[in-house]
Design a protein around this ligand. Structure first.
Ligand code: GLN
Length: 558
């Protein structure tokens, strides 16, 4: 959608962060996008990450958090999840660049001789490459929001900052806006909020040639007008360009808070864009629903990364959305798969205690053998006790293995990921499959450490009539995002379905099993894809909405 009353030029908002990391820059960027979209502007996002990995696909989720997957199969930073959840945009390979990816491309060009013998340097070659990556969005949308990862003062982000500095010259003052997210800490002993870190951070930015136009000040409470005036004075920004970004109870309040502070009005003024008033009713309603639920359900997530919740970011949000759809607060309880396995050795009852009073069990995606035994025990529990169960990706694969072992009598059934020599590889490595995006048969190479062999991004899935999945989605063809190497082994289809496993979703050519469920169970679904990547607060994903509904029924509330 193009706003009618403005020029066709794309305006760029650059968001940087100062003082320290974890200030919620990604959420701030997402909330700005939400506000601009609510005013009828078309928007998109881009995240620039300073690290050298070409993409986050191979990074440890413990360190980096979740790897978010786009429709076109890009493995990206989790901030892209916030961007998609807060708006209606669909992001792509173009939406996330790392230093590694930029350098990789420049070095490849150099090897191909494209620089014609020039000395290849950070300025201009790397910065030009960055600028070209950013300018890909030109003409596509009204406003492109570009978030630079890292904190001002880091050596690593300098080329990105230099590139965005140059872009003001290239694109013009009216088409570029620099927003700096900083911290205004409240010092208890002094009894006041301190502006010095912000002043220093802005000084650092200026030293590299960027004068911010607006400051988003993260703080415990509200900033007084005096304090705002002081920050404005020392940092050379307009008074109404100093925005309080207070801690909020719920992340979906951020757009409303920003609006109240006048953030969107000021952005539009500085960028010389005219729009109508924002339509924020859906956001108000959402926050109201989240804050005043009629019910509460307890969902257990059996995980490997339970101490680092960032690794399950989208999952967490999708469950919250499922709660919103059912007017329920979802109380998430992360249980370590290894704890379950350890307790299981002392008898199943001990393991069952960990799951005893939950209303739904979820086994999320994952890689590697660690925690597998405990996850399988949890699946047995969910199946036998008829607790609503949702298995995602690895969770679906393990549900298949559990069923094969305990119901179909294939005692040693396994995935070749964990036991390459299993006599019953119910989950295995498929060498070739039809890729609907490229319309070509994809050949998988041997498994490599770089993860080049994953099935990534959106794939269609056909739902069989008279199945739970079909009822949940209320349609026949769905499209969901994938990130995995292994697949359901078709050679076991008949054997398993004869025993009561239901294959309810398959690829349109019927070669890939995408969803399994179980007869004689109130709600048991395993999906090979990651539905959490497509859930949005205003449009909760049907699988999560139905899972929470089943959990409420299990609880006996409905
Ligand atoms: N490790 C499994 C695979 O590669 C599952 C991956 C996942 O859960 N995302 O197929």
């Amino acid at each position: 959608m193009k706003a009618a009353n403005r020029t066709t030029e794309t305006k760029f908002i650059f968001i940087t962060g100062g003082v320290l990391s974890s200030l919620g820059k990604g959420l701030a960027a997402a909330a700005i996008g939400a506000l601009l979209e609510s005013r009828g502007l078309s928007i998109t996002f881009q995240k620039l990450d300073p690290y050298i990995n070409v993409d986050p696909g191979t990074m440890n989720p413990f360190q980096h958090g979740e790897v978010y997957v786009t429709d076109d199969g890009a493995e990206t930073d989790l901030d892209l999840g916030h961007y998609e959840r807060y708006t209606s945009v669909s992001l792509s390979q173009k939406s996330n660049y790392t230093s590694g990816r930029i350098y990789y491309s420049v070095i490849n060009k150099e090897r191909r001789g494209e620089y014609l013998g020039e000395t290849v340097q950070v300025i201009p070659h790397i910065t030009d490459e960055i600028k070209a990556a950013i300018r890909q969005m030109e003409g596509e949308v009204d406003v492109a929001i570009v978030e630079v990862g890292g904190t001002i003062g880091d050596i690593e982000s300098l080329p990105f900052l230099e590139a965005i500095r140059q872009l003001r010259g290239d694109l013009g003052r009216r088409n570029t806006l620099y927003i700096h997210v900083t911290l205004v800490p409240y010092i208890k002993t002094a009894g006041e909020a301190k502006t010095k870190p912000t002043q220093h951070s802005v000084k650092e930015l200026r030293a590299i040639g960027i004068q911010p136009d607006m400051l988003l000040c993260r703080t415990d409470g509200a900033l007084s007008n005096e304090l705002k005036a002081k920050i404005a004075l020392f940092c050379s920004v307009d008074r109404d360009a100093v925005i309080t970004a207070p801690d909020v109870e719920n992340i979906y309040e951020v757009p409303l808070e920003f609006h109240q502070e006048g953030l969107d009005d000021k952005i539009l003024k500085l960028l010389n864009i005219w729009t109508g008033a924002p339509k924020l009713e859906p956001w108000r309603e959402l926050v109201m629903r989240i804050k005043n639920p009629a019910h509460a359900v307890r969902i257990v997530i059996i995980g490997k990364y339970v101490d680092f919740k960032e690794s399950y970011k989208s999952l967490h949000e999708a469950l919250v959305h499922g709660g919103v759809a059912n007017n329920a607060r979802v109380v998430l309880h992360y249980v370590s798969a290894e704890d379950i396995a350890e307790r299981g050795q002392n008898g199943t009852d001990s393991a069952a205690q960990l799951l005893a009073d939950c209303h739904g069990i979820l086994v999320p995606g994952g890689f590697g053998e660690r925690g597998v035994a405990g996850k399988i025990m949890a699946i047995t529990y969910a199946r036998e006790q008829k607790v609503p169960f949702l298995g995602i990706c690895l969770g679906m694969q393990l549900a298949t293995i559990e069923f094969a072992r305990n119901i179909a009598g294939l005692t040693d059934a396994d995935s070749t990921e964990f036991n390459p020599r299993t006599p019953h590889p119910v989950i295995y490595f498929i060498r070739e499959w039809y890729d609907y995006r490229s319309k070509q048969v994809q050949m998988r190479e041997e498994i490599t450490a770089t993860g080049g062999t994953l099935r990534l991004g959106s794939y269609p899935c056909q739902l069989h009539p008279d199945t739970l999945a079909r009822a949940v989605y209320a349609k026949e063809l769905i499209i969901e995002r994938h990130r995995h190497r292994y697949e359901f082994n078709n050679e076991y289809r008949q054997q398993l379905t004869e025993k009561g496993l239901v294959i309810s979703g398959v690829s349109p050519d019927d070669k890939l099993v995408e969803i399994i469920e179980m007869v004689d169970h109130p709600w048991f679904i395993g999906c090979q894809f990651h539905p959490e990547f497509k859930s949005r607060p205003m449009r909760p994903h049907p699988l999560f909405a139905a899972f929470i509904k089943a959990a409420l029924m299990h609880q006996g509330l409905r």
